[in-house]
Design a protein around this ligand. Structure first.
Ligand code: AMO
Length: 427
């Protein structure tokens, strides 16, 4: 390893210690007799101080002329210094330029010069060098880690299902067709059918964290064409059980981010509080009353906003009209007009949807037909229902929506490294 310490690993008590640090030249400040090189690594900033009198002339001149964002290695002694970031500085004995950065740069990493989102996304590698942007992805890492730990602890096994598929899963949602040798195939809209098949396989509780592809032509601040989805499916449970799992998970994600990401939240200027459990349950019937829309209508953005303002915090919408939900959703036996489906809502938008699934082969086949789909295309899926399919339920949660609402960001593109949207296919 080239470095011995990250900037955060050092404290003023390390005064006199010899360290090797590596990173980017954030800034240089030339005060004549003294030059400060502000070195940046993933964890923060460190001040490297060179005095003209005490430094080798060649080294002093090299640092004065070094271009911003060049990559350097600094070897030197730690010195307690109250005026420096984190109250210490480095007195270097050796500086090596590992790679010189071109100038001018496409973005200003210090954040003094603003840039619009498109420019930032075009140069994402530079954008993420900014501490406030990097903080989002450190938090994203902690959210994913929390989800995995929580689901592992609740008896779920992580699975991976194919992303190249032959059938639509979510009915109305548009598909991306691809050429698969001589045949037409699609990018997967959801692991739905495969996670259900795993219930017949007896894995009992599964989860997947992976991409889903939606070809909808949305160009909004909350839609992407490639989304990171957290999916679960569980056997011998009801939709109410998986709703509890979902709300406990959301609570855990918030509380773990508050605990593990203090520094990142401070950089982002955020004070998070954990949402209170249990989340309120609002029936679809009451929701359309608040939103002033018709039975059978989907909730548009304005309606979601109106209801969200009234609800104030996370909530579930339950008991949806059967016709509005996918074929795999189980209708109530005593009132088949409505079904055992739920959406998890943040006051700003939908975060997740799920349901009790139909586990009867015959009913499922009828529902596929009733939605105008051809059951022949679903044979690989229907077969699993003929040979011992337990009752089961599950949900899919949009990771980017969870993050953007938690971090109070306006645009979903802020929380994904390389967004895919209507206009963006690179980088
Ligand atoms: P659904 O289609 O509601 O359900 O998707 C689940 C969640 O995924 C997120 N999401 C999106 N986020 C950003 N941009 C998009 N274009 C987008 N599309 C979906 C949302 C949404 O709530 N198979 C079911 C889940 C299940 O029942 O298990 C499904 O895919 O946060």
């Amino acid at each position: 390893m080239l470095r011995t310490h990250y900037s955060r690993d050092i404290t003023p008590d390390d005064d006199g210690k010899k360290v090797v640090m590596a990173g980017w030249v954030h800034e240089t400040r030339d005060l004549g007799g003294i030059t400060f090189l502000i070195l940046r690594d993933r964890e923060g900033l460190v001040q490297v101080t060179l005095s003209k009198k005490k430094t080798d002339e060649k080294l002093f001149n090299l640092i004065r002329s070094i271009s911003r964002e060049s990559v350097v290695l600094v070897s030197g002694l730690v010195k307690r210094e109250g005026k420096a970031p984190n109250n210490y500085e480095i007195i270097p004995s050796y500086v090596q330029v590992l790679n010189k950065a071109a100038s001018p740069l496409p973005l200003d990493v210090t954040g003094k010069v603003g840039a619009d989102l498109d420019t930032r996304l075009d140069s994402r590698f530079m954008d993420i060098r900014r501490q406030s942007i990097k903080a989002i992805f450190v938090i994203r890492h902690h959210v994913l880690k929390t989800i995995r730990t929580f689901l592992d602890g609740s008896g779920f096994k992580e699975i991976n299902t194919p992303k190249i598929v032959a059938t639509a899963t979510e009915g109305g949602t548009a598909l991306f067709p691809i050429t698969y040798f001589e045949r037409e195939a699609f990018l997967s809209q959801s692991p739905q059918l495969y996670k259900q098949i795993m219930m017949s396989a007896g894995l009992d509780r599964v989860y997947e964290i992976g991409p889903i592809f939606r070809a909808e032509e949305h160009d909004t601040t909350k839609h992407l064409n490639e989304v990171s989805s957290v999916d679960i499916e569980a056997s011998f449970v009801t939709h109410k059980d998986v709703m509890s799992i979902l709300e406990f998970l959301i609570e855990k994600v918030y509380s773990n981010v508050i605990k593990s990401c203090k520094n990142e939240l401070e950089i982002l200027g955020l004070q998070l509080s954990t949402p209170k459990l249990p989340f309120k349950r609002l029936s679809y019937e009451k929701a359309i009353d608040i939103g002033d829309i018709e039975w059978g209508d989907d909730l548009d953005t304005a309606t979601e906003k109106a209801i969200g303002e009234k609800m104030g915090s996370h909530y579930f919408i339950v008991d949806w009209p059967t016709e509005t939900k996918p074929y795999y959703t189980e209708p109530y036996a005593d009132n088949p007009e409505i079904c055992k489906a739920f959406d998890l809502m943040h006051p700003r938008m939908e975060l997740a949807s799920g349901s009790q699934r139909i586990h009867s082969h015959d009913l499922l086949r009828r529902r596929i037909k009733a939605q105008g789909l051809n059951p022949d295309g679903f044979e690989f899926y229907l077969r699993a229902f003929k040979c011992g399919m337990p009752p089961h339920a599950g949900w899919g949660l949009g990771l980017e929506r969870l993050l953007m609402t938690m971090l109070n960001l306006n645009n979903i593109r802020e929380v994904i490294l390389f967004p895919r949207d209507r206009h963006r296919l690179a980088p």
